[in-house]
Design a protein around this ligand. Structure first.
Ligand code: ATP
Ligand code: MG
Length: 449
């Protein structure tokens, strides 16, 4: 993509409304614009990142055996009356009426709708277990939308729902989602910590929040330092095998918790020198809630002996749009964003430091064509701007690599390759710069498979 033809409105100054780094950087780097309080438009660069995050979430759900579908954003109030949540949900729910005065709502979550789909379609235990998910916009009329996309009113969420015959089976589904979450966040370069959680209005009695560490996080985390060191499983994980040892390693042995219920136990069980207290951002939340919805909404299947059995359910959310902000909170410096390679909007930036110099222009055009032909995505800064402004823009946008081409280097057949994360710069021949970029791309692909 040529910068000169892209739609990338950068801001030189810090926007007044932004209280935290990610919000400031998302506005400055041209990722989002506010449409109204807590509601955002995603500009081309931000939309690319959102897509990449969504795709990683999707791949890891699919790997765990979950099946993707798509439910609508607008729901009928009827189902929510069946479950009893229409009144209970309160002011966070955006209620709408259609031209026939029928009560509708913009979905804040989808337990009711998926339970209705399931109960109408599945009649036999033979069709269990199933995990269904979708990635869809949600609306919650948050009392205090803030921090940009981190606490929006409209936000993109991945929500999965599991259906099982027995509590034991439901626990297996829960473990699948638990393990897939560890992998999902690790692929985005994030260290996630599963924390015992309260179940809130969704109900139930087994729940974990997945927290990533960042100083500006809204949640307080107490955890054993060994938990931070634990490595999530690799891509060769067998989701049909016994996942409980992995889940146990991340839970029972090392308490990780927020306040009251659990904090006291943590203080008792974990020695002072092993304790880490930090701030974190909740990026995922998983619940087992048994028959809470299947009972009230009549989701039953015929068991092996012909008897009717109420199904056991769980639900599993990931804040896809929140993750864009959360990744920036976890990965930035003074100059701007530092995208992990797996979610970067382009693989690299190509900077022509002397537009108009025929040799430099030609070298850039050649490199640009060659890099794109090799499958690398390039943001080519071909604008007639000061070199300093171009470097600053590229640092702000935060692509993993910058390839800098100017007359001085070209005289000795070299270009400069800068790694955004470390700031390391190397003068290299075209070929070796090219090979390094290809090797990095291959490594990112390897981690994904
Ligand atoms: P929170 O405590 O932050 O309000 P929640 O417990 O209400 O979150 P869930 O209902 O579990 O959230 O939703 C699943 C995920 O959706 C959360 O883990 C979070 O990542 C994301 N999420 C929830 N509310 C918002 C929001 N207002 N803006 C952006 N993402 C959100
Ligand atoms: Mg909430």
């Amino acid at each position: 993509m040529r910068f000169s033809r892209y739609f990338l409105p950068l801001l030189r100054d810090d926007p007044k409304e932004a209280e935290i780094t990610s919000h400031r950087l998302m506005l400055r780097a041209g990722l989002i614009r506010q449409a109204s309080a807590g509601i955002y438009s995603w500009l081309p660069l931000g939309f690319k990142v959102l897509h990449k995050i969504e795709q990683i979430v999707r791949e890891e759900q699919d790997r765990a055996g979950a099946l993707e579908l798509l439910m609508p954003t607008i729901q009928s109030a009827e189902l929510w009356k069946e479950s009893g949540r229409y009144e209970a949900y309160g002011k966070e729910m955006l209620r709408i009426s259609d031209r026939h005065e029928r009560e509708m709502l913009y979905g804040p979550t989808n337990e009711e709708l998926i339970t209705a789909i399931f109960r109408d379609a599945v009649k036999s235990y033979k069709d269990l277990p199933r995990i269904l998910y979708h990635i869809q916009w949600k609306f919650r009329d948050e009392i205090r939308p803030r921090f940009g996309v981190m606490r929006g009113r409209e936000f993109l969420m991945k929500d999965s729902y599991s259906f099982d015959l027995t509590v034991d089976d439901a626990r297996k589904s829960y473990n699948k989602m638990f393990v897939s979450y560890l992998r999902t966040f690790a692929r985005m370069g994030l260290k996630s910590i599963p924390m015992v959680a309260e179940t809130g209005p969704i109900g139930g009695n087994l729940s974990h929040e997945f927290i990533i560490l960042a100083d500006t996080g809204e949640s307080e985390v107490h955890c054993h330092r060994d938990l931070i060191a634990l490595e999530p499983p690799g891509a060769d994980i067998d989701y049909d095998g016994d996942l409980s040892p992995i889940v146990e390693a991340f839970t029972s042995k090392y308490a990780a918790t927020e306040e009251k219920h659990e904090a006291e136990r943590f203080l008792k069980e974990v020695r002072e020198e092993d304790r880490v207290t930090a701030r974190g951002i909740e990026v995922g939340h998983i619940f087992f809630f048994g028959t809470k919805y299947s009972e009230s909404m009549g989701a039953r299947v015929q068991g092996p002996d012909g008897e009717l059995i109420t199904v056991q359910m769980g639900s599993y959310g990931i804040g896809v749009s929140r993750l864009v902000g959360a990744i920036i909170e976890a990965s930035h410096d003074e100059a701007g964003i530092i995208w992990p390679k797996s979610v970067a909007p382009f693989d690299l930036g190509l900077i022509n430091v002397k537009v108009g110099d025929p040799a430099t222009d030609k070298a850039c055009e050649d490199l640009y064509a060659r890099l794109e032909a090799a499958g690398l995505s390039v943001l080519f800064d071909d604008r007639d701007e000061r070199a300093g402004a171009k470097f600053a823009a590229m640092d702000l946008i935060g692509l993993p690599f910058q390839l800098v081409v100017g007359p001085k280097g070209l005289a000795s057949g070299e270009v400069e390759l800068k790694e955004r994360a470390t700031g390391a710069r190397h003068s290299l021949t075209f070929d070796s710069a090219f090979n390094r970029l290809l090797a990095s791309q291959a490594e990112t692909k390897r981690q994904a498979s």
